[in-house]
Design a binder for this molecule. Sequence first.
Ligand code: PLP
Length: 396
Amino acid sequence: MICNEKMYALGAKRSVIRELFEYGKMRKAAVGEENVFDFSLGNPSVPAPAEVKDTLIDLLSTESPVAIHGYTSAQGDKGTRDVIAKHYEEEFGFALDSDLMYMTCGAAASLTITLNAIVKDPTDEVIAFAPFFPEYRVFAEKAGAKLVVCPPADGLELNVEAFRALLNKNTRAVIINSPNNPSGVVYPEEQVKAIAAALMHAEDDFGTTIYLISDEPYRALVFDGKKATCFPKYYDDTVVCYSYSKSLSLPGERIGYIAVSPLASEKQELYLAVCGAGRALGYVCAPALFQRLVKECDGLTADVNVYRENRDILYSALTEMGFTCAYPSGAFYLFVKAPSGDGNEFSEEAKKYDILVVPSDSFGCEGYVRIAYCVSTDLIRRSLPAFRALAAKYFR
Ligand code: PLP
C-alpha cells in the first residue's frame, strides 16, 4: 500500500456510531422518517439560544470582512480568550489565564492537540475511564501513546482502586469526561478528589508529571441541581478541553478551546507545545466568525430542560419495563444494560423494531447500548411502544 496503512484502516472502517447513523438514513428512506427511532448520534436537537442568531446577524452586518472572516492569531482572538477566562472565574471561582488558552475546532481538536503536546515516548500511556468516547483511542494512538482502560465501578462511576493500580512510571496523561458520554453520569466530588490524590501520589512516587485532560463538551448540560466539576481546583496539572458543540448546539461550526491550568507544572512549556501541536496538525486559527460569536455568547446554554424532560420520560419508562441503567444527571445519553449481556445482540434486536441504539464495545465496556436522547420529545414518546415490544422479548 502506498498510503499510510493505519490511516487507511481508520478511513475504510466507519465507527460503529456512524455505521448505525448511515443505516438509519437508509431505513428512513425505506419506511419513512417518522417510523425510525434513531438514537445513534449525539447531534443536539435543541436549537442554539436566540442570541446566537442575533449575534451572527449583527456581526455579519456591522463588522469588516477581515474582522470576521480573516485569520486571527494562531492561538485565537485575545479578546475572546479574555471573556472565556472571565466567565470561567465567575462560574467556578478559579482564575484561568487567557495567555494559556488556545481556541480550537471543537473538543476533538482540543483533545488531539493536547495529546500531541503531551505524549513524547512510544512507551507513554494514557488512561481513560470506561465507558469513554470511542475516539479517545484513535486520538491517543495517533499521538503515539498506548490507551489504557480503567474499568468502571458500580453505577459506572470512577473506580479509584483500579485506577491506582494502573498508574506507573509510563503514565503521561489521564482523560476524564464528566458529565460522561456514553453514561450521562456526573462523577461524585469525593471520587474526583480521590483520583486527584492518586495522581499526586503517583507524581511523587515516580518523579514524573501526569496531566489530567478534562474533556468537557457536556459541562453546561447538568440537571437535578448538580454542578459541573472544576477539575483545575482539584488537581494542578490539569488541561481543560472545552467545546461549544453541545452547550450552544453548534456541533457543525467547530469551535472550542484548550486551557492549560495556571497551576500546571511547566505550564509555559506545555502551552508552547500546545501551540506547536496546533501548528503541526494544521489547527491554527479556529473559525474567526465563531470566535467572535463566542466572545458575545460564552456562558449561554441551549435549553437543557428539553434534555431533562427526555431523560425523565425515557429513564422512568425503560426502568419500569425492566431495563437497567445508571441514573444520568447530565449530557444526553442513557447507557442501558443489554438484558442478554450482549450489547451487539441487543442493538441488532432493537433494529427489528426500528430502534437504533449503539452497542457498547467501542466505549471500552461490553454488555450495554447507548441511547442518545438528544432527539425531539415527540420522538421519545412515539418510541415507547417499540421499546415495550422489545422489552417483551426479554422480560416476561
Ligand atoms: N468528547 C466527547 C465526550 C464527545 O461526546 C464528543 C462529541 O460527541 C467530543 C469529544 C467531540 O466534540 P466536538 O464535536 O466538539 O469535536
